[in-house]
Design a protein around this ligand. Structure first.
Ligand code: ADP
Ligand code: MG
Length: 233
């Protein structure tokens, strides 16, 4: 197990170096080209805007990696508030409404359940990451459905979207850091393959379970969180 941890750490460092090298190379090249001759203010502004996007992406990636490092060191201690997952889902729907509309994707929530004990910000981040993936991979005019259900002291939150099935051999690796089914789509989708690793670390910190299924009808990300009875007075 220790060897496994070391191998993972080494791979993780190599992945980080790789992920950061590309944007830095882009920035260096861009800057060199701009400096190679006199430019108008307009041209300079264009380059600065494009650089800004790259800086923001790198800043997000860095803070995501810090979050994961905290999780690895068991420093991710969730707050213990009572949370109604259905109303959290609806809040995240509001956030994504304009983007979903633009992509002609509908959002739908079904079912409800007891409240679960957890950290509101972290759980919102989970819903946010899963929904942003689901919306991105849903074909036009189709619907993302979030199901909420309860059984035997567990609450399930299932994010389901139609779309091209994820090949079986990828399923077990989706939650790995930097893992993407199709790495060539990275730039277009603006993701760095960290979203699901963060989701998993938050679910683990809540003593929950996470799994994924994918078939011709849809892809489902299934999260189960334990229902904890509120403290008695
Ligand atoms: N709903 C989905 N449908 C199809 N593929 C998905 C879905 N969610 C995630 N994936 C695949 O899993 C990979 C990892 O997802 P994630 O960790 O969120 O990274 P990112 O969104 O940054 O690419 C994605 O690149 C994509 O290939
Ligand atoms: Mg993502």
């Amino acid at each position: 197990r220790i060897e496994d941890v070391f191998t993972r750490q080494a791979n993780f460092s190599a992945d980080i170096a790789h992920e950061i090298r590309t944007p830095i190379t882009n920035l260096v090249t861009q800057t060199e080209i701009v400096l190679s001759q006199t430019r108008t203010d307009e041209e300079l502004k264009d380059v600065l805007y494009s650089n800004l996007e790259e800086y923001n992406r790198m800043a997000k990636m860095t803070s995501d990696m810090l979050f994961l490092a905290q999780a690895d060191n068991n420093q991710l201690i969730p707050e213990r508030a009572m949370i109604d997952l259905r109303s959290e889902v609806i809040k995240v729907f509001d956030f994504f409404e304009a983007w979903a509309e633009e992509r002609e994707v509908s959002l739908n929530v079904e079912g409800s359940a007891s409240r679960v004990e957890g950290d509101p910000l972290m759980l919102r981040r989970v819903i946010n990451n899963l929904l942003s993936n689901a919306i991105r991979y849903t074909p036009k005019k189709m619907t993302v459905t979030v199901h909420i259900q309860e059984h035997n002291q567990w609450v399930d939150l299932i994010v389901e979207n139609p779309g091209v099935p994820i090949p079986k051999e990828h399923l077990s690796r989706l939650f790995d850091r930097f893992y993407r089914v199709d790495p060539s789509r990275q730039r277009k989708s603006e993701g760095s393959g960290i979203g699901l690793a963060i989701v998993k670390s938050i679910v683990n910190a809540h003593k929950g379970k996470i799994s994924v299924t994918s078939g011709t009808v849809s892809t489902c990300f299934i999260i189960s969180l334990p229902v904890t009875a509120p403290d008695q007075c």
